[in-house]
Design a protein around this ligand. Structure first.
Ligand code: GLC
Length: 417
């Protein structure tokens, strides 16, 4: 079967009717940023289904504006921690944290691809604005966007969180049974030490019914993060542009953009020549060079300072940008966000570079990503050296990246012809 058809099939197979699972088994619910990618992927062949995906995601919005990182539409005992553990307080059972806000950016793309969707985009615009406002209200540190749980950043077990997690006392976390390690090899998943702390942070949120004001003092984990900062900065720019088109007052969004630009600058760490995460409680940089630094172009910054290190990271592997500096101690090519390459990050990084005139690097990342999928299918992530597929298989957002971007790579098309 042609790869485009395979990608469409992957989306259809993961479609649960109104929302799409990242992959069967490992992730049996609707995940926030996965869903935004799915919406875009569907829009390449079934725009109506694409719009529905975003509408379903936003229907889980809490009354304080947050759009949760997981919506538990229908119970599935194969996943832990489920709705009973998270005890979200929105209209649909959910987790209590959010995820990188890429939805507005994909909505802007979908509107370009399908202008007839404008009434639906108009209806979602104020809700997206309320979500963005929630980040500005509850997640800023010196203008940079923080995460209050490692899973909020979408880079679940990146080394960025190690220092702050050491400040989380999980001695009373109690017994629980993980499910992730029964779906995939434990060597590719986070350790028990980390998992105890992930669960402890959930318990803390539940103890105050996810009251953000109380969590500001109660939660020992607060890390300013380049993934969040750049995705929100970008999303605000897209929301602003759509707002102008829709005749809305966008002055508040313009101020948010200025704040976030200043915040992004506070994440620049000259010692690693990259954008770094910062432990808010100690003020210390983590000294971690990851693929999140390379999101600066996607964030709308044309930053020449960031390029040399990103180029070095690209040179060190064969398939796109590794999630963690391949030359750093602790780099693990197959353990989740500590080394593997992720097509969705390659897309965000590569498309941002393209927009900012860094076409040489952008083309390289796109061809790498296309080869990766052509050779190894639509996996969750891959070994960046040899392309070994890892994690879950037949993955929604990987297939979406093929349909919307990598599958259009001129080099791969030539090779396939
Ligand atoms: C993992 C990833 C996260 C993603 C989820 C579903 O938790 O770290 O970014 O949203 O899987 O694919």
């Amino acid at each position: 079967m042609d790869l485009h058809e395979q990608a469409r099939d992957t989306l259809r197979q993961n479609d649960k009717g109104g929302y799409t699972l990242p992959t069967h088994g490992l992730y049996p619910y609707q995940w926030n940023w996965d869903s935004a990618f799915a919406a875009w992927g569907f829009t390449t062949f079934d725009p109506d289904r694409g719009w529905i995906e975003l509408e379903t995601l936003i229907s889980g919005q809490w009354d304080d504006g947050m759009v949760p990182h997981i919506l538990f539409h229908r119970p599935d005992p194969g996943y832990f921690p489920g709705p009973d553990v998270w005890q979200g307080r929105g209209p649909i059972p959910s987790s209590g944290i959010s995820q990188p806000p890429v939805a507005a950016t994909f909505m802007a793309k979908m509107l370009e691809m399908d202008p007839t969707g404008e009434p639906r985009a108009r209806a979602m615009w104020p809700k997206l604005k309320a979500w963005h406002s929630w980040f500005m209200r509850w997640r800023l540190d010196q203008g940079a966007v923080c995460v209050t749980h490692p899973w909020e950043a979408g880079r679940d077990n990146a080394p960025d969180w190690d220092a702050a997690l050491r400040g989380v006392d999980a001695s009373d976390v109690g017994d629980y049974t993980r499910r992730d390690t029964s779906h995939v090899d434990p060597a590719m998943r986070p350790t028990k030490y980390d998992y105890d702390r992930y669960i402890k942070l959930v318990q803390l949120g539940v103890s105050v019914r996810w009251d953000q004001r109380q969590l500001q003092t109660l939660n020992p984990f607060r890390v300013a993060d380049p993934t969040m900062t750049f995705t929100l900065l970008r999303a605000q720019r897209d929301l602003h542009a759509m707002g102008q088109r829709f005749g809305k007052d966008v002055s508040e969004i313009a101020d948010w953009i200025t704040t976030l630009e200043a915040g992004a600058e506070t994440l620049w760490n000259p010692d690693i020549a990259g954008y770094d995460s910062r432990n808010v409680h100690t003020g210390a940089f983590n000294g971690i060079l990851s693929n999140a630094s390379a999101l600066c172009w996607y964030g709308g910054l044309n930053d020449h300072r960031a390029r040399p290190q990103v180029e070095r990271m690209l040179d060190a592997v064969n398939f796109g940008i590794a999630s963690y500096d391949p030359q750093a101690d602790g780099f693990e090519p197959l353990r989740y966000w500590r080394g593997p390459t992720w097509p969705i990050m390659n897309y965000l990084v590569g498309s941002g570079m393209e927009e900012q005139g860094q076409s040489d690097l952008a083309n390289r990342i796109r061809s790498d990503t296309a080869r990766l999928m052509a050779q190894n299918g639509f996996a969750e992530y891959y070994n960046p050296h040899d392309g070994t597929p890892a994690g879950g298989a037949t993955f929604t957002w990987t297939a979406a990246v093929w349909l919307g971007w990598a599958g259009n790579d001129p080099q791969t098309r030539k090779g396939a012809a």
